[in-house]
Design a binder for this molecule. Sequence first.
Ligand code: ES4
Ligand code: ZN
Length: 324
Amino acid sequence: TIPYDVVRAWPKVSLHCHLLGSVHAATVADLARKHGETLPYGRSAADLYEIEAYEDLGAFLATYDVVGSLVRDVEDVHRITYESLTTYGSEHGVLYREIFVSPHPVGVPYAVLLDGMRAAMADARADAGIDSRIVVALHRERSASEAEALVDAVVEHRIDEVVGVGLDYAEVNGPPGLFADAFVHAGRAGLERTAHSESGPPRHIEVILDDLGCSRIDHGYHVVTDPRIVQRCLDEGVTFTCTPVSSDIGRYSGSGDGRHERIAAMHAAGLRITIDSDDPPMFGTDPTRDHAVISTALGLTTTDLARISLDAVAATWLDETDRT
Ligand code: ES4
Ligand code: ZN
C-alpha cells in the first residue's frame, strides 16, 4: 500500500466536490447563530453530520438544503468557499478544483453567490495556491423550466470562472432526459456538461451522453452492468468522477459493498476514473482519505494512481494553455 503521507502530498485534481457539502459543521452552527436560527432536528454542530441520520438520499439532501438555506449574504458565501478550498483542497494536495455549486437551496441570488465565490477563489489561490473553477449544478428534483431559468442566469451572468453545468439531487425523482433542453441550451452557450448518475440504470448514461451532451459522468457506477455502454465510454473517452467513501456509505448508491467492486471493475475495464470526496465532512472523509481508501481496495501502485491523476487533468475543463 502507498503510505498515507505520500497519498496526502499527492498532487490532486478535484472534479466532484459540492460546495454546500463541504461546509464544516462548526461553520454551519456559526451561520445559524449569526442569522438567529437553530439547527434542525435539535442537532448541534457535533451531530449535524451524523451519517446514521441519512436514512436515505432524501434525508441526506435535507441536511444539505439546511446548509444552503443558512448562507444568506456574500460574506457567508466567501467564508464557505474559502474554507472548502483550503480545508478540503490545498491542505490535501489539491492543486485544482472544479467546484460544484447547487444555487437553488442557497439563500442569496445567483449573482451574489458568484461574487462571493469569485472573491474567495482568488483569495484561496493567492494564499494557498489552489486554482479553481465553478460548475453550476441544476436541481433535478425541480422542474425543467427552473433548470432552464438557471441556465439563462448562468449565461446572463457569464464569467470566466464558470466552466460548465451539472445535474444533482435525487436521480430517482428527476431522470436526465427531462433536462435535455436546458443542457442543449448550456452547450450552445459554450458551457461544458456533466451529470450525476449514481443509482440510475445504465440507460441513463446513454441519455446523459446523447441528449444532454455531457463529456463526464458523476459516479456512473452502473455502467459496468452493460458491456456495450462500457465499450462506448472507452471509445469516447468518457470520464467517471468516482467518490469511494460517499458512495460506500450511501445505501442508495448501490455501491455500498465496502469493497468498491464497481469502481474496481471500471478501472479494470480501462475506463477513465477520477477520485474525489463528494461532500467531505458530511461523509466523514477528505480527498486524502478517498484516495487512500481506493488505493487500498484496488491495490493501486503509484503508477496506477498517476494514471488516474493524469486522467483527471485531461478531464478538466481548463483551456489547454491553463493546464500546467
Ligand atoms: C447530491 Cl445526488 C447527490 N449526492 C451527493 N451529494 C449531493 N449534493 C447534491 N446532490
Ligand atoms: Zn455528487
